[in-house]
Design a protein. Sequence first.
Length: 396
Amino acid sequence: MLVPITVHGSAHSEQPSSDHPFIAHDARLAWAATADALGMTPAARAALVRELDDAVREVDGTGFVVTPFTRSDVLSDELGFSDAGGVWVKDETGGVGGSQKSRHLFSILLHLRAMELLGELVERPRLAIASCGNAALAAATLACAARWPIDVYVPTWMSDGFGDRLDELGATVHRCARRSEDLPGDPAMLRFREAVENGSVPFTVQGPENALCLDGGRTIGWEIGAQVHAPEGPGRLDGVFVQVGGGAFAASLGSGLNDDDPAVPLFAVQAEGCAPFDRARRRSVGLDDPASQWEQVMTPWTDPASLADGILDDETYDWLGVLDAIDRSGGRSVVASEANIVAAHELAHRAGFDASATGSSGLAGLLQVVAAEPRAESAAFDPTACVAVVMSGITR
Ligand SMILES: Cc1ncc(COP(=O)(O)O)c(C=O)c1O
């Protein structure tokens, strides 16, 4: 139930203290800075976060919380780390909609609702997204909570079960068959873009479509940064392995984590059956300004294929952000073999994480590095190293 919020107040009103990810990091979030510039007080922003969070809890049974970050003994032992080091897991599987996608979308929703409360948005435009995975689930969950109409553009092959869940959440689902007059590309994406041209808000997890998704995505990086240095944390991290599809996740996690010193090397992981980011990174070596040569450097992958089907984006839309996060942190790009994608999924389940193959594919990158560089002086990680992976994504 959405309740009235008093948006204006004393310019000196205090930011309420909270461990809620979107209240604790208010001073760093772009949606909050915009609302602040238009006169919305810190207390009103916190009330807005709580209002939407309560509504999300009613729909999803969970709200936005600081997700667990713990050492996995099973992963650490199986990968040969000693007690002095290990594999730490940021577990997003219990997050809103079962994945990190909701963090990206919540900053867009907060911005829209703040504009509404401030009188800047007088009529609700429809929300639009092209996805048939975790992003669609998160978008439909948040839209349902805010009672905001949403169109979800999906491929014809989407499973009926997933469609039923989107229906339950009140989303309008459009199965998009290719039309004879269509330009090359994903028909769901083409219909989504048409909807945006006709006034819908891109409620999507792709920075070039809506950069505000990168805003909330940073909360996971800030959280990991704080958890590393908490009394029960490892105290330092020698690397963080993040799966890359469209790239918004790795770009924003890397940006948030490396806001604070010292930088943690970001290992951006793709599957061998779809690695457009890795190819673009190799093509961009020696270029002063890779962005200016986007069309030559980031080209679509032909025939993407992997068990990790949530990272089969043929183009890494946020590749510039991922590249930046790697370069700033001293990280690298890793291409995981399909055998390691499968092995990582099994290993994640043995270690007790209910992650999808997509959500465990960062671990596949760690397996790749450890297998390719057996423990030697030149190894990327010695047994005392502390490394992190993110487990996420309930859809299969
Ligand atoms: C569980 C999970 N992890 C990671 C990703 C990759 O995120 P991005 O597309 O932002 O790179 C996805 C994308 O669908 C996902 O569902």
